[in-house]
Every structure is written in C-alpha cells, then in structure tokens.
Design a protein. Sequence first.
Length: 478
Amino acid sequence: MSFRINTNLSAISALQNLSHTGDQLSASINRLSTGLKINSAGDDPAGFVISQGFQAQLSGINQALNNNQDAINFSKTAEGALSEVNHLLNDARTLAVASGNSATLDPNAVQANQAQLNSIISSIDRISSTTSFGNKHLLDGSAGVLASNANGADFSALQFTGQFSGAAITTNSAVTVVVSSSATKAAVASATFAAGTTTVSAGSFAINGVSFTTTASDTVDGVVQKINAAQGQTGVIATYTAGGAVTLTQADYGATKSVNLSDANGVLLGAAGSASASGTDAKATAIINNGTSLVTVNFTGGKFGNSALKLTDTDGNAITLTEAGNATSSAVLAGRLSAGSAQFQIGGNAGQTTTLSLGNYGTSQLGLGVVSGLSLNNLDITSSANATNALKVIDQAISDVSSARGSIGNFQRNVLQSNIASLQVAQQNITASLSSIQDVDVASEMTNFTKLQILQQSGVSVLAQANAGPSSVLKLLG
C-alpha cells in the first residue's frame, strides 16, 4: 500500500461517482417535477423523435375534431333553413289545393290565396339569399367553390372564395386567364470585361448590404463565384458573358425584390458609384361565366406574401403562375370551378377532405322540369287549371328540398359523426402511445429518486473519508 499527498485517487474516484450521482438526481428531480420522462432530446433521442411525430398527429386530430364539429354546425344551419322552406312549401301546397276548388271560391278568396302564395315565394327567396354561416351564404349556390387546376404547366394553384367581381359564384364555369404583364426580376449590369480571366480592381463593394472584398489578383470569374456563394444572404445571382458585363439578377420576381450595388472602389462598375433596380409584379385578367355572361376581373401579384407570381383580386381569389405561365400572353384555360361544393378538412393529414353540395334553393330553381316554363317563382293559382299545374310544381319543389335535406342529414350522420368517432378512437390510442413514451412512471421514479438520494449522501460521506486519508502520512513523519 502506498501513501501519496499530491494525488488522492480515492478522493478523485469518490468525487467522480458523486458527480455522476448528482447528475442523475437532478434528472430525476426534473422528471418528477414535469411528469415527463423526456424533457429534452438528449434524454432519449429516439423516443423524442417518435414522441414529436405523435404530438404532431395529435394536434392535427384535435383540430380535425373541431373542424368536424364546425362542419356539423354548418350543415345544421343549412338543414334548419331548408326545414322552414319545407313548412312554407306545405302551406303553398295547401293554398294550391284550396284554389283548385274553384266552384266554391269567389274572386276575392282566389286573390287572397294568390297574395299569400306570393308572400310564401318571397319568404323562400329571402331564406335562400340570407341564410349564412359566418360570412358564408349557404343556400344561394355560393356555399363553396372548388377550383380544379386544368393547366399545371402554367398554373401551380387556383384558389376561389365563392365571390367573383363582388358577386356570388353560383354556376360551374371554366376559368380563363390572360397575363397582361409578366413579372420580372431586378437586374443590374457591371462595366464590360474582356474575359473571365481579366483581373478586377482591388477594393470592396456591397450587394444588398453584403460586403465583398477583392485583391488585384482576383479575376472576373472569381468575383462571380464569390457573389454566388453568398446568394443565400443577398438573394442575387451573378452571371458573366465573355466580352460583356457581369449581370446581377435577383433570384425572385417582384417589385419588393431588388438589387442594390454599392461600388465605392469601382470593382464592378469601373468607377466609384452605385446602381439599383427592382422587379415588377405580374398582372392578369381572369374570366368566368356567371350563368348569363362572361365576367372579367383584374388580378395583381405582390399582395399575398409579396409573391409576384401569386395574383389576387379584391375578393381574395388567387391564381399562382409558374415561370412558364408568367411568360404567356394569350388567353389560356387555367381550371374549372364547381359551384356549391363546400369543402371540409375532416382529418389531421393532407388530402383528408370531404365536400357537401349545397345548390341554389331560390324559387327560380325549385320545381323545375314538371311543367314547361314554370318554377316556384312564377306560379298562378287563380284558376283551377293553373292550380293543378301549381300543385305539380310545388310537389316537385317539396321533393327537391326534401332530397337536399336528406343529403345533408346523410352528410352529418354517415360522414361527419362517424368520422368523429373514428378520430376519437385514433386520438385515444395515439395519446396512450405518446404517454407510454413520454410520461414518467411516478412510483418507479420515486424509487429511483430515493436510491439516488442515499447514494448522494453516502458519496458525500465517502468523499470526506477519502479526503481525510492523506492525513495518515503525518504519522509516518512523526
């Protein structure tokens, strides 16, 4: 056995173990105070990755459940309004039946029936035009508009709100677009250079606030490489044509994207100075058929997220051009609109959507097809023959509304409510899986915590004894 004063290996070992125990105790306290096994990625890297995926799924499912409930409320609002339309149609049918009994009615009674029918027709039109969920009208044919892209080469996306030129979109239509002004990229040109191997002046210049320094041995090609290496900072791409200029081009289109060159030493411009340029936003007109005539609306880029190729109008409709589409100038088919198709995101992942078709339930659209030239809005029950025709039209209108209510009920029960049940099961099981990965077992952790406390206390005691060990050397010196 050897005795040393300067190096106390026993104390070092005891300190190391005590430090390790302290770290574990700190981690145990953290787990107990948060209730989580994984408080940072370092606690369990693999478990952390899995738990983050589960949490993302859960957040999507939770919002999807809210979306489904909103969709149920949306459809119940429409179905409730149509229920009142049904009541009014039943009253209208009663009037038509009464007016058919012409032998017992005097002219005043017949006119009274017609006046009441006219009032019913007016009420149905009011319900169809004013029933809404938030700012969405439900029964006038504009409840939703699905835009399908028919030209992926020229258009990357179409988004329509249900309004166009300030009016509801109630008719299926093609969307034709004419790009009247293409978006451009800002560009600034340098002085001309004989070749890529030509040396530039020593000095410095700045592009969009980013500084570059050159020496007398730097070539044009070298400067171009320096600029392109900093594209992530400047947003600018440099190109050189032999015998010509270095062109600095903004990577993005639009008026908000610029190139600003400050060249105090004339490295690129040949003399001290500066140059700047901005791009332009695209402009286009979109044309749809509103059922009676073509409607044209102007779209302008740069308003949505400063994107020059995403063109919007005052109603919030958006058309996103591709670079190829930006270069077109003739009228091209962009896509098609399906009116009355309200789309709902009912799942937590992309593509988990469903639609509900709500048409136009105005009186001009009810009862069509049974009597030539007649719909609910132009009925006459002042004669027995007309009352008979009115009965046919009203019966068809009742069938139209009842069928619509049945479709809405089917949507609520067999689509939304069943989907909610499915989402709730998924929510429960994913939550259980996340809990098994992320939540701490308090009983087990308390056992571990108690063990660590004892180890820490014993470690302190042992360290004290180890530190006292070298003092026995004094006995040898005595």
